[in-house]
Design a binder for this molecule. Sequence first.
Ligand code: PHE
Length: 342
Amino acid sequence: MEDKIKALQEEINQYTVQNEEELEAYRMRFISRKSVIGDLLASIKDVAPEKRKEAGIMLNQLKNASQAKFKELIGELEAQKASKQQYDVPDLTLPPIPDELGSIHPLTQVRNRIVEIFERIGFQVVDGPEIEDDHHNFTALNFPPDHPAREMQDTFFIEKNPDIVLRTHTSSVQVRMMEEGEPPFRAIMPGRVFRNEAISARAHCVFHQVEGLYVDKNVSFADLKQTLLHFAKELFGPETGIRLRPSYFPFTEPSAELDIWWGNESEADKRITKGTGWLEIGGCGMVDPYVLESCGIDPEEYTGFAFGMGIERIAMIKYQIKDLRLFTENDIRFLKQFSAFN
Ligand code: PHE
């Protein structure tokens, strides 16, 4: 018994711990109810009676020593942890791990640029609902009921109520603006529009337009042309030219298709412009007096121009993107290429 006690005392003296597990091992061996000391205490009855008292004293000393050591070990482990935490402070001399930066979507970049150009010449930005009624999307814009021009627009109707449509163009916002306010108006309306078209490289059922409206006394077709020319030069460069081709829209008279001069020298130019050098980006015209009148504006006193352009179309031209679907697929390899333009 005496030898065993001495050996255990020696073991306790030598004991060191590095972590919680080792501390627990110590506790199991020396402190817990099933510890070696516990076993010895239980076996004290087997010791010869004359030696029992002495053995009891030694065992008690061992027990106290083991408990004192346990406290000491706990203290040591805490101290170790505290000093380790100091090392956990980040090493500021290490080279940084670069953060992945997102990029602004090319359509948003083009939209922002368009807004910037028009804001500088006094146009404000106006917003309107994407779910519209027939009145704002069609009737007020001089689309008579059952007129074939409505079919040009491939409208999505809300099934339960054919009076409610997903707006097919942002001209509906022009109507709201004219109905609610007093001229002069000088605003652009960028936004999402919807048409029931099969998705392909050149068409999508959801796309973006920016429309513009300028109503005041003595607004002329020359104002329209100069505004669009200024815009094209700002966006595509000072060499850019524009061309207006006669066209038809129910809400403008006269109406025109807006083309920009792309160039016709390289093979790529010829391919992109189908050999003409011109690219169509939208429609425009003088607001039809009937539309002004139905919005409560006196067409004898005021005239105005309006235009509408496809933002995808402009982005495709600006960045030479060949497939419209890339804009909505969220392919990071595509989007990453626009971070340099942010
Ligand atoms: N709203 C027309 C469209 O979406 C474009 C346009 C706007 C044409 C304004 C003329 C004037 O097709």
